[in-house]
Write a protein that binds this ligand. Sequence first.
Ligand code: NDP
Length: 487
Amino acid sequence: MQNKLFINGRFVDALAGGTIDVLNPHDGSRITAIAAAEAADVDAAVDAARRAFPAWSRMAAAERGRLLLKLADAIEAHTEELAQLESLDTGHPIRDSRALDVPRTAACFRYFGGMADKLQGSVIPVEAGFLNYVQRAPIGVVGQIVPWNFPLMFTSWKMGPALAAGNTVVIKPSELTPLSSLRIAELMAEVGFPAGVVNMVPGYGHTAGQRLAEHPGVGKIAFTGSTATGRRIVAASQGNLKRVQLELGGKGANIVFDDADLDAAINGAAWAIFHNQGQACIAGSRLVLHERIADAFLERFGALAASIRLGNPLDPETEMGPLTSAQHRDKVLSYAGVAREQGGRVLTGGKAPALAGLEKGYYVEPTIVEAKPHDRVAQEEVFGPFVTVLRFGSDDEALAIANATEYGLGSGLWTRDLSRAHKLAHSIDAGMCWINCYKRVNPGSPFGGVGQSGYGREMGFEAMHDYTEARSVWVNVDATVPPHFKR
Ligand code: NDP
C-alpha cells in the first residue's frame, strides 16, 4: 500500500518527516500512516511540474491521449484491488466501488484520452486579407484539491482534462482518503507518464492546500469541497491572479409531482440521497413532494430507508457503509437536533445504528426529517444520509422552494408531463437537472454549479476549455493597411 508523496516520478517522505494516520471508517482502526505534505513539499512538487511542462505540452496530443488510454486499461485491470482500497479507506460499499467508482474512473480517463487530439482551435471570419486563428493552449501547472467523498473518481475528473489539454498537475488528495489516489500515481508511473507530469501531495488543507492555492507558479487551481473553503481558495489565488474553478456544496431539490411514476420516484429518491451515505455534492437532499401524494410516498419511502442494509463496506451485501470520518459523523448526527429545534419532525433515523459489529464505526441511520423551506435543515448542506422533506401544492410553489437556497448544483423532477418537466428544468437555478432519474453523470456531460455551488465545469468540452487558454493569432496574408501615421 503506497503511503508517500509522489514528486517528480518518485515516492518520497515529506521533507519535515511528518505523517498522518489514515483510519478505517468501519471501526476506527489505523490502516497506515501517510507522509504529510507541507508548504516545502508543495514547492518541490510545483518545481517538478514546471520542469515537466515544456516537454509534456509539446508532446503530440495523440501521444498524451495514448498514455491516458493506457491508464484507463490499467485501472480496469486492477478493478478489484482499487475497489477494495476505496471501500477500506472511504466506507463506500464494495458493490458500489466495483460497479461505479472504478468503472467511472476508467471511463473518465478513457474519455479524455480520446479527447486529447480532438480539441481543436478555430478560424474566425475577420476582415479580408487577414487570417485570424485561435489555438487552445495549456495553462501550465495546475493545482487540484480534491475532497474525501469520491477520492478515486475525482482523480480522473480533475486530472483527465488537465493532462489531455497539455497541463502538468500537482494534486492534493484529502489526507483522510489518500490511498486510491496514490495507487493511481503508481499506475501512472507504470504505464509511462514522464516524471513530474503528475505530482501528488496529500496533506492538511490549511498547510499543503493553502500553499498550492497561493503558489505563484500555479496557473490554475481547481477545487472541490465546501463553499467556505472555496472562498479561502479564491482569496489565496489572488496573488498571481490564477484561474479558479470551484465545485462546491449543494442542496439538491428532488421534486415529485402527483402524476409521477411513484415506484420509480421512491427508488430514485432513495438513490439520490443514500448513495455513498449521502456524501455527495449533488445529493437529492431536499425531497419536495406534492401534497396529494406526500403521505403515501413517505410511508413507502420511509419503509425503504429503514430496510437499507448497513454494514462493513467490504461485505458485498452492504448497501450503506459508514461516513468517512468520526468528525463528519458527529456533524451529521447533530442535524437531527437542529431539525427538532426549529419544529421539524424526525420521521426515520437521526441516530447511530444499534447494530452488533458497527459500534466503533462512523455509521448513521438513513434519516428522513420533515421541515419548512427556510429551516436550517432545508438550507444547509448536511452531506450525510439525511433528507429533508418539504411539501408543495402548485408548480410555482415547487419552483419557489427549489430556488430558495443559495446553492445551485443538482436538481431532479419526477413527472409524466413533458412540457412541465422541460419548463421547470429551464427555471430551476442549478447546473444540472435530472428528469425521471437522478445523479446521472457521464464524462461527456458538463458538471458544475451556479451561485454558491461554484463556477467552471468538469467533464466534456467545457472542462477542456476550462483547462486551456484561447490564444488568438492574426496574420496579414495580403491586406493593405493604410499607414496610421502619414509621413
Ligand atoms: P473542505 O472544503 O474543508 O475540504 C475539502 C478539501 O479542501 C480537503 O482536501 C481539505 O483538506 C482542503 N482544504 C481545507 N482548507 C483548505 C485551505 N485553506 N486551502 C486549501 N485547501 C483546503 O471540506 P470538509 O472536508 O471540511 O467538509 C466540510 C463540508 O464541506 C462537508 O460537510 C460538506 O458539506 C462539504 N463538502 C463538499 C464536498 C463536495 O463534493 N462539494 C466535498 C467535501 C465536503 P483538509 O481535509 O486537510 O481540511
